[in-house]
Write a protein that binds this ligand. Structure first.
Ligand code: URA
Ligand code: SF4
Length: 319
């Protein structure tokens, strides 16, 4: 196994990939690692001279775009495809059913969110405090959601908070008032917090997506679940909040937040109510979203959902 350190740029990956191809190193023997000032492999000055491989121009275009994605697996995915283009067949890119090609295209989908849709990453000021982050997020155009919403709803609470709650996205009231969990879901949340013995002033509350996504029906604005691309675009804000606060306990409210933190396979019904260590907090847990309680079809069902939410918050209060 070779560990190849590159700067997270297309050029750095390309230089390393060329050298690996020349040495006939198959993808399975390469582990890619990002470093901010990696040493470049030494290269002949004329990379297209005899012995160097020719790669379809279309691949280079795709690779350049994929290099700008944030998935750390992109270098490996790119080298896999490159290797197979050279060793299997040059028309690989034309096969939409090939799993490797699908993974390559998967890297590009977050970019499909529109002209401003390249995510919040480049807008997050490095080393900023919460106030600066909030101010920068207020101007975010990282995906299309800012166009329709009233304002960015950033997290609320102190950087010293030891417990962070993450919801899905602001709702109608939150969008108007500019603060998370201040509408009907916020009422349920506040009630459960108080009953569990937690105080809102001592915790930090935020959302996975910071703009309200809705569909206008007459006068009503109907909540719409954010797409994976929007979650991905907004994720740098959440990461910046969590990196700064470093909570002891991180609580995901509902499936969207839970998947953002634990990954796509997380299922609230099956996996809720258990602490696990994540890179964000030594104790990370997910529970029902307060809105789920409100959506319960009967009073009995609502009471049951509320009881489970409360039970999980009590675990948090005791941890
Ligand atoms: N639902 C959420 O997920 N977050 C809010 O801030 C309000 C409702
Ligand atoms: Fe930016 Fe997030 Fe709003 Fe999209 S939802 S514009 S990424 S703050």
């Amino acid at each position: 196994m070779k560990t190849i350190e590159i700067e997270p740029t297309f050029e750095s990956w390309q230089a390393a990939a060329r050298a690996l191809l020349r040495d006939e190193t198959p993808p399975a023997q390469v582990r890619w690692r990002e470093a901010s000032n990696a040493r470049q492999p030494s290269l002949p000055h004329e990379p297209t001279s005899s012995g160097a491989v020719k790669v379809p121009r279309q691949f280079l275009e795709l690779a350049r775009q994929a290099a700008a994605a944030s998935d750390p697996a992109r270098w490996q995915i790119l080298y896999d495809v490159l290797w197979r283009l050279v060793h299997e067949h040059r028309d690989l890119l034309k096969d939409p059913h090939d799993p490797g090609i699908q993974r390559l295209h998967g890297l590009l989908t977050p970019k499909a969110a529109g002209p401003d849709g390249d995510g919040a990453a480049r807008l997050v000021p490095a080393g900023a405090g919460l106030g600066e982050l909030r101010a920068a997020a207020a101007r975010c155009t990282g995906c299309d959601l800012y166009r329709q919403a009233t304002q960015t709803v950033f997290g609320r609470g102190s950087a010293d908070a030891r417990i962070v709650f993450v919801g899905e996205q602001p709702g109608d009231q939150e969008d108007r008032q500019g603060a998370p969990f201040v509408g009907p879901a916020g009422e349920v949340f506040d009630r459960a917090l108080a009953e569990a013995g937690l105080e809102r002033e001592n915790v930090y509350v935020t959302n996975a997506v910071k703009h309200f996504k809705f569909e206008q029906r007459g006068k009503r604005r109907i909540h719409q679940t954010p797409r994976a691309t929007e979650l991905q675009a907004c994720r740098p804000w959440l990461e910046a909040e969590l990196t700064l606060i470093k909570p002891d306990i991180l609580v995901c409210l509902g499936a969207t937040a839970a998947r953002a933190i634990f990954g796509d396979t997380f299922r609230i019904t099956k996996d809720r109510g258990r602490f696990a260590a994540t890179r964000w907090a030594p104790k990370t847990i997910a529970t029902y979203h307060p809105s789920a309680v409100l959506r319960g079809e009967t009073e009995t069902q609502q009471a049951e959902l509320y009881a489970m939410l409360l039970e999980d918050l009590q675990k948090v209060a005791q941890a």
